[in-house]
Each structure stands twice: as structure tokens, then as C-alpha cells.
Design a protein around this ligand. Structure first.
Ligand code: ADP
Length: 391
């Protein structure tokens, strides 16, 4: 059996000495005999105790049970009660403080040893149990945190899926709507062309007008499809920066030709190029999207016979382009939503559009590592400025 350092708390001197002798016979070391609870607590503050033998009925302010309660709170040490009575009331009081064991006086040495062994065994088991419990709690805490994390991820994924679903249905709606007008136009113009051809009338002007209408409608459908395809790529994060060196004049002429072909308002476009190198290194597809959309909007939202200024200048490898119109402008209240997908301002009237152009512009400028700024006043016009680094 282990040799323990034991503190005896007993106010009866004779009993205390008898107990000390019995314990020492079993090779335990008696650290002290305290006659009161207060004295016992002082002794425990001073030295390391393995076990306390505690008389229940002590003189002084603290009886054995109260002293044990304080010991339980402050230390993790087994306490064996010594009691002269085994009546129900005393046992109930004892049980409330979860003693390691109790010895009923008078005791014999064998019984005393058994109780001490029992107390140590119980204490050891309780500590093991506590350790297991702590480990289990830690595991549960960790699993709960992991689960919460997984739950958050799942929620995010579901939210993303819901957003994509919503976006898809809006695209389908907008595209179907956007297809209707040009298709009707294509159909009626084609039918008219057939009638003119059959009649063999010299309707050259009308033939030109309707074939132009067909051409424009097909262009508008094409641009709508390009926007939709672009968004498919943007959502899949598949828009890469693919630079190549190209002739600047050929590039801007191509953009301007397409924009002019859709100019129904008889808008004049003035161009000013300052210090633009002959060749530029950038991503032509992305640049095309930026300029085609901004210039088309400037023309589209201009008044009849309006004027658009398009100027490009290059300094320190930054291309600064300004697109200025004197058209309908954008109401101040709505300007914060300008680059949102499907946004169309309230003042657009019957001007056709999908509300996708500027969000495409924004995405392209982002991939090109550039910036875009707008200033606009309803009824007066708009100025879009883009700064794009070029090689
Ligand atoms: P849309 O296909 O409707 O033109 P955009 O994304 O290109 O879509 O533009 C979004 C909205 O921003 C337009 O519907 C219009 O209300 C406004 N907007 C864009 N550019 C101009 C401009 N130059 N002048 C006036 N309003 C503009």
C-alpha cells in the first residue's frame, strides 16, 4: 500500500493520537493534527496533503462538513470522514459533500486501511473519469465547431446556387424579351422585301431600308448573344487576360464602324486621338467590349442629332479614354446601380436594351486592371472615363 501524507482534523486529542498511531503503523506520514476547520485549512495552505481524515463534529465556526466543502472547492484531495454516529441524518449530510469514504468510530485498523484504500481508489477513478470527460467534451466541442463550419459552407454554396439560379432565369427572361423585337423586325422586313421583289417595283430605297433593318436586327441579336455568352464565362470565372499586340487605328475603326451602323438618332461622333501609339499591347476582346458598349450607349441614349465626343490619349503606359454625350443622362438617384446586371434607368423610355452592357464593361475593366469613372446629369448628358494600363 502507498505511503500517504495525511492531515488529521479531529478536536478530540485522544482520538486524534490513536488515529495517528494507527496510520503511522501503516507507514503513512502524518503532516499535522488540526483541532478546528480553520486550523486545517491553514495547514493545507502550507503543505502538500494526499488525504484528509476529517471528524464531522468539530469545535469552532466550521464543522467537518463545511470544512470539507471548502477543501473540495480549493483542492482536489480525497477526504475520509470520521463519525461517531451512522444515523440517517448524518449520512445524508455526509453524502452531500461527496466524501471519498467514511469511517465510523470506534474503528479497527483493518477497517481504517480499507477505507483509506477505497478513498484513494475512488479518487483515482474520479480523476480518470474527469479526464475522459474533459477529452470527450473537447472532442464534442471540436466536432460541433467542424459541423458549424461545414454548415456555413453548405449555406454559402446553397446561397450561391440560388443566386445563379435566379440569374439564369433573369437571363432567360431578358434574352427571350430581347430576341422578340429584332425577330419581329427581321420577319416583317423579310416579308416586305419578298413583296417588293415579287411585284418587281423599282423600290430600291425600300429594299435598302429593310435590308438595313434586317442587318441591324441581326447585329442586335448577335450582341445580345455575346453578352449572354460573356456572362456564362464571367460566372465560371473564365475571363482571362489574353494580351496581344494590335494596330490601334484598325481596332478603333472597327469599333466605330459597328457603333455607327447602329446609329439611328443621326448622332455625330467626333474622335480625338492624342499620343496613341501605332500598336498597343492589351486584350483586344476585352477592350472591344469596353469601347463598343460605352460608345453604343452614348449614341443610343443621345437625343436626335446629338453629339458624342470620343477621345483617347496615352501617357505613361496608361490609355485614358473619354466618352462624352449630351443625351438623356442618368438620374442621380439611380447612378449607384449603374453597373449592376440588368439595371436600366427609369428615363430610358422606349430605347431598347438588356441592362447587361455596363456590367460587362465593369468586369472587363477589372480584368484589364483599369478604372472607370462616370459623371452624369439627367437631361444634360454623361461622361464615362476609363483608364487602362497598356503595354
Ligand atoms: P442597356 O442595354 O440598357 O443599355 P447598359 O448596362 O449598357 O444596358 O446600361 C445600363 C443603363 O445605364 C441603361 O439602361 C441606361 O439607363 C443607363 N446608361 C448607360 N449609359 C448611358 C448613357 N450614356 N446615357 C444615359 N444613360 C445611360
Amino acid at each position: 500500500m502507498l505511503a500517504l501524507k495525511i492531515l488529521i482534523v479531529e478536536d478530540d486529542n485522544v482520538s486524534a493520537l490513536l488515529l495517528k498511531k494507527a496510520l503511522e503503523k501503516n507507514h503513512h506520514e502524518i503532516l499535522g493534527i488540526a483541532a478546528t476547520g480553520e486550523e486545517a485549512l491553514d495547514l493545507m495552505d502550507e503543505q502538500q496533503v494526499d488525504l484528509v481524515m476529517m471528524d464531522i463534529n468539530l469545535g469552532g465556526q466550521l464543522d467537518g462538513i463545511k470544512t470539507t466543502e471548502i477543501i473540495n472547492e480549493k483542492y482536489d484531495i480525497p477526504v475520509v470522514y470520521l463519525t461517531a454516529s451512522s444515523d440517517e441524518e448524518t449520512l445524508q449530510k455526509i453524502a452531500g459533500t461527496n466524501p471519498s469514504a467514511y469511517v465510523i468510530k470506534p474503528f479497527n485498523i483493518r477497517e481504517l486501511n480499507m477505507m483509506i484504500e477505497l478513498a484513494i481508489f475512488k479518487d483515482k477513478k474520479e480523476k480518470e473519469l474527469q479526464k475522459l470527460n474533459n477529452e470527450l467534451e473537447e472532442k464534442v466541442r471540436k466536432r460541433t465547431a467542424d459541423l458549424n463550419e461545414a454548415n456555413k459552407e453548405l449555406k454559402k454554396a446553397l446561397e450561391k446556387e440560388r443566386e445563379i439560379g435566379e440569374l439564369k432565369s433573369r437571363i432567360v427572361q431578358n434574352v427571350s424579351h430581347g430576341f422578340k423585337t429584332p425577330l419581329t423586325s427581321i420577319l416583317s422586313s423579310a416579308q416586305l422585301l419578298q413583296i417588293y421583289a415579287e411585284k418587281g417595283h423599282p423600290m430600291k430605297q425600300k429594299l435598302v431600308k429593310h435590308s438595313r433593318k434586317i442587318e441591324n436586327s441581326v447585329r442586335s441579336l448577335n450582341s445580345l448573344l455575346t453578352s449572354v455568352l460573356f456572362f456564362g464565362k464571367a460566372d465560371a470565372n473564365k475571363i482571362d487576360y489574353k494580351p496581344s499586340r494590335f494596330f490601334s487605328a484598325a481596332f478603333f475603326n472597327e469599333v466605330l464602324d459597328v457603333v455607327k451602323a447602329n446609329n439611328d438618332n443621326n448622332v455625330t461622333i467626333s474622335t480625338h486621338f492624342n499620343n496613341v501609339p501605332k500598336t498597343i499591347k492589351s486584350d483586344t476582346e476585352l477592350l472591344y467590349q469596353v469601347f463598343e458598349n460605352l460608345l453604343s450607349n452614348a449614341v443610343k441614349y443621345s437625343k436626335e442629332n446629338g453629339h458624342v465626343n470620343f477621345s483617347v490619349e496615352v501617357a505613361d503606359e496608361i490609355m485614358k479614354a473619354t466618352i462624352e454625350d449630351d443625351g438623356i443622362g442618368i438620374p442621380a438617384k439611380e447612378q449607384s446601380q449603374l453597373f449592376d446586371r440588368f439595371f436600366r434607368a427609369k428615363n430610358v423610355g422606349i430605347t431598347e436594351g438588356s441592362g447587361l452592357g455596363l456590367s460587362i464593361v465593369k468586369k472587363c475593366v477589372e480584368v484589364l486592371k483599369g478604372e472607370i469613372h462616370v459623371s452624369s446629369e439627367a437631361g444634360k448628358g454623361s461622361v464615362f472615363i476609363v483608364n487602362i494600363p497598356i503595354g
